[in-house]
Write a protein that binds this ligand. Structure first.
Ligand SMILES: Cc1cc2nc3c(=O)[nH]c(=O)nc-3n(C[C@H](O)[C@H](O)[C@H](O)COP(=O)(O)O)c2cc1C
Length: 214
């Protein structure tokens, strides 16, 4: 079987989203030893920013008349969709940046939606496929906090992955990853440590459920 893993953090060392996704992968491999883990690191090996406009413009041009740049953008979009369709299950590790969806994740989603298999919507691209979204935030956005409602990434990703693409989505979240990094947040050390442990436990539970259901 195949697990597809996407990482959108712009760093590798000390990444909280990768820590959570690592646990999901470990749980998968514990149940499916030797399985292939197909990976794409869009925060580090970034998708070309001009691929999306080229793939969109190619939609209005017959295949035989497309420029080499349009053909290569269409091929890249198809490769991204192939990765998802070939996977038995999917884990995505995506941080919150600047209160919104990371630009690399948006580029990945936009490009995928140019492919006819994703655009058609019927059946949805990931219908019935199990997806775990591991998302992390430096701050805290819960009910009653000063920035309640400022996380414009997680709700968007729920819409695309669950509602538009039809996946069976599980979200594992960790907040306050900047506690211990930003001294202004030092008062929240105990809370952050507890949230960290809860996120690791949730990742283990979600990973186990994913692996055993596949
Ligand atoms: C450029 C940049 C912008 C960020 N913007 C936000 C933000 O708007 N809200 C927030 O809570 N955290 C923000 N963070 C903090 C990250 O969400 C946090 O460091 C997270 O742990 C990053 O994911 P990673 O640990 O997997 O690399 C930002 C971090 C960076 C580097």
């Amino acid at each position: 079987m195949t697990l597809f893993r996407l990482d959108a953090s712009i760093r590798v060392e000390g990444s909280a989203s990768r820590e959570i996704a690592d646990i999901v992968v470990d749980e998968w491999l514990a149940t499916h030893p030797g399985d292939a883990i197909e990976r794409r690191h869009i925060g580090v090996d970034v998708l070309p920013a001009d691929a999306w406009p080229r793939a969109v413009s190619a939609m209005y041009v017959p295949e035989s008349d497309r420029s080499p740049e349009q053909k290569s953008a269409v091929a890249l979009a198809a490769a991204l969709v192939d990765e998802l369709l070939a996977a038995d299950a999917i884990v995505l590790a995506i941080p919150l940046y600047n209160f919104g969806v990371s630009q690399h994740t948006k580029a990945w989603i936009d490009l995928i939606i140019t492919d006819p298999r994703a655009a058609a919507g019927e059946p949805p691209l990931l219908a019935g496929k199990k997806v775990i979204l591991c998302t992390v935030r430096g701050g805290a956005y819960g009910a009653g906090t000063p920035r309640e409602g400022w996380d414009h990434s997680t709700s968007y990703l729920r819409r695309i992955l669950g509602d538009v693409w039809g996946s069976e989505l599980t979200v594992v979240e960790r907040e306050f990853t900047l506690v211990g990094v930003n001294p202004a947040l030092d008062d929240f050390k105990d809370m952050a440590a507890s949230l960290h442990q809860q996120a690791l436990a949730s990742a283990q539970e979600a990973g186990k459920a994913l692996a055993t259901s596949a």
